[in-house]
Design a protein. Structure first.
Length: 327
């Protein structure tokens, strides 16, 4: 009897030891999988001015496509033109521990303190389009807004010399006074055309980079200046507003439009003959280059401090190259 009891006890002991070994192995395997997932999961935060304008939606699309290609997570925050919300979005990205932050700033100066906080937390910062003057920014991506408007201003000068002769040049601007970028665009254009002896700058109206407000501002500009001959639009909402205002007031034969950013409406204006020249950026590349730069910084690779994406001047001569983008 004692012999059988001993055999049973030994068998039970062997079973328990074996079972304990299996539990330990399973636990160890689960732990390794979890750590592997954490090590491989790169997350990039991106905050953009708004996602109403095609410019910004195209930028986000480029960023998302690059993130998918590189196998990283991308969290996009739409600040909806609200500087406080954008500031808070970067605070949230810092708290959540993202690996890099891409900032398309509404107010470049207002974002300095929070991007510096991110940098102190060891998070790389990529600034897109708007320029944040801070050592905390690792990479700046975009165009030189002032110098690009200088290019358009030179085109304007050539145009009026050939087509306008000695006729009066009365110019108004549909701008966005809450946008440092668009103020630089306005300054670059006006500084370049200021030498025209027949030029009179009539007025600047503020569309605030919001479609409805830009339309109302453009209508006010044309109503208040019935003898206007040219208008300059500093961005997509302003330009769409200008096209709509010219049509509604049947001024297609009186006013020529110049400015920034193509859209379906602006292309129609080119076809109808009252939109003369448009500076077209390539926001898809902005977003794509931003994510690629972020991933390189995360991986410890060297990245150029400034990445420039060239602009194009679009006229009736080359607009066909861009039609497919706006169908």
């Amino acid at each position: 009897m004692k012999k059988w009891v001993s055999i049973i006890l030994i068998g039970m002991l062997v079973f328990l030891i074996s079972a304990c070994g299996q539990v330990d192995d399973t636990s160890s395997t689960a732990s390794k999988d979890s750590n592997s997932k954490k090590d491989d999961g790169v997350t990039i935060g991106m905050t953009v001015i708004n996602q109403e304008a095609l410019f910004f939606t195209d930028m986000v699309k480029g960023a998302k496509d690059a993130a998918k290609e590189l196998g990283v997570n991308l969290n996009v925050y739409n600040a909806n033109n609200n500087t406080v919300n954008q500031h808070n979005s970067v605070e949230d990205f810092i708290s959540s521990g993202v690996d890099a932050i891409i900032v398309n700033a509404i107010d470049s100066n207002g974002m300095k303190s929070v991007v510096e906080k991110a940098k102190n937390a060891g998070i790389p910062i990529i600034s897109v389009d708007s320029v944040i003057e801070s050592d905390a920014v690792d990479v700046q991506i975009g165009v030189d807004n002032y110098e690009s408007s200088v290019q358009l201003g030179k085109y304007f000068n050539d145009y009026v010399n050939k087509e306008w002769k000695d006729k009066p040049i009365k110019l108004g601007t549909i701008g966005a006074l809450n946008s440092e970028i668009q103020i630089k665009r306005e300054d670059g254009f006006k500084d370049t055309i200021s030498g025209n002896k027949n030029l009179k700058i009539v007025n600047t109206v503020d569309g605030q980079n919001v479609q409805e407000k830009a339309l109302a501002a453009a209508e006010n500009l044309l109503t208040g200046s019935p003898d206007l001959t040219f208008a300059f639009a500093t961005g997509e909402p302003a330009f769409i507003g200008a096209v709509s205002a010219v049509r509604s007031q049947k001024a297609q034969d009186k006013v020529k439009l110049f400015g920034w950013d193509l859209s379906k409406q602006v292309i129609e204006g080119i076809d109808e003959g009252f939109v003369e020249a448009v500076l077209q950026q390539h926001p898809y590349e902005f977003g794509s280059e931003a994510v690629k730069a972020a991933k390189k910084l995360i991986d410890g690779e060297k990245v150029d401090k400034q990445i420039n994406v060239p602009v194009s001047i679009v006229t009736k001569e080359n607009v066909d190259e861009y039609r497919a983008m706006f169908k």
